[in-house]
Design a protein around this ligand. Structure first.
Ligand SMILES: *[C@@H]1O[C@H](CO)[C@@H](O)[C@H](O)[C@H]1NC(C)=O
Ligand SMILES: *[C@@H]1O[C@H](CO)[C@@H](O)[C@H](O)[C@H]1NC(C)=O
Ligand SMILES: *[C@@H]1O[C@H](CO)[C@@H](O)[C@H](O)[C@H]1NC(C)=O
Ligand SMILES: *[C@@H]1O[C@H](CO)[C@@H](O)[C@H](O)[C@H]1NC(C)=O
Length: 227
């Protein structure tokens, strides 16, 4: 009886280690599955966060328009290598462009819950892909459903690269009385969500293509807005 009792105990004994092993294996599995649960939870959480952010930011469709613009001076003269221009059709020479351009741009934030911080904003004017004028505009905050009017104006003289065909093109445009000028507005933006949450900065690009009648005022064109 006394010997018989330890026997099942001794029998039971060796059975314990496997149990222990099973237990520790179970613990390891448990840890692993907890780890994977946390991982899956995190992935789902990140997905939901991304979806919420997308849903919140998706409605951000800032609209921009040229209300009016006027080009009161736009003349070109070739610099230096005029002989190049005359004798070599593929040569790129230097042109000097004199300009006086003023624009009135409306930027609309149609969102009900999102404000926009325009932390920096620069206006750049291009003619035939050549940048001829640049200006920094003051930073501003744009509230919900608000429209901000900007007045980028440029006047002065700058040198640009031009080929003979572009010089000829300029002459044709001058005769027709219309110049294709593109205005770019490049801004570093933060979104304000609710009353205090602010996102990090992103770049907003507004591009306005204008066929400007020389000396006359021009109105109404929609600009492209890109993020
Ligand atoms: C024309 O100009 C280009 C670029 O400046 C040069 O490579 C080429 O040799 C010139 N051609 C002639 C005929 O001068
Ligand atoms: C453009 O015209 C203005 C006035 O007519 C003149 O002062 C200026 O030098 C001209 N600029 C160029 C680049 O031809
Ligand atoms: C540019 O044109 C405006 C009128 O549109 C005029 O008031 C301004 O004096 C001009 N600026 C220069 C530098 O010619
Ligand atoms: C737009 O913003 C300006 C300047 O912050 C403010 O004076 C104006 O009342 C706002 N307009 C609307 C419709 O919220």
């Amino acid at each position: 009886m006394y010997q018989a009792q330890p026997l099942p105990g001794a029998y039971y004994g060796p059975a314990v280690p496997p149990k222990h092993q099973r237990k520790s294996r179970g613990c390891f599995c448990c840890l692993l599955s907890t780890f994977f649960k946390i991982l899956i939870g995190l992935v789902i959480l990140l997905g939901v966060l991304a979806l919420v952010l997308w849903l919140v930011l998706r409605p951000v469709e800032v609209k921009a328009y040229v209300r009016t613009a006027s080009l009161t001076q736009f003349n070109l003269s070739t610099v230096g290598g005029n002989d190049n221009f005359r004798y070599n059709l593929t040569a790129v020479g230097r042109g000097s462009i004199g300009y006086n351009l003023s624009t009135v741009i409306d930027i609309r934030n149609p969102n009900k819950r999102i404000g926009l911080y325009y932390d920096s904003i620069e206006a750049i004017a291009y003619y035939e892909g050549e940048r001829f004028a640049w200006k920094a505009l003051p930073a501003f905050y744009q509230g919900h459903k608000n429209t901000t009017t900007l007045y980028p104006a440029f006047s002065g003289q700058s040198t640009i690269d031009m080929s003979i065909s572009e010089v000829q093109d300029f002459e044709l445009h001058r005769q027709a009385g219309t110049f294709d000028v593109t205005l770019h507005l490049r801004s570093r933006i933060r979104f304000k969500l609710g009353s205090s949450f602010k996102t990090s900065r992103t770049t907003m690009k507004i591009k306005c293509n204008m066929a400007l009648p020389y000396g006359k005022s021009f109105s109404g064109t929609k600009c492209d807005v890109d993020w």
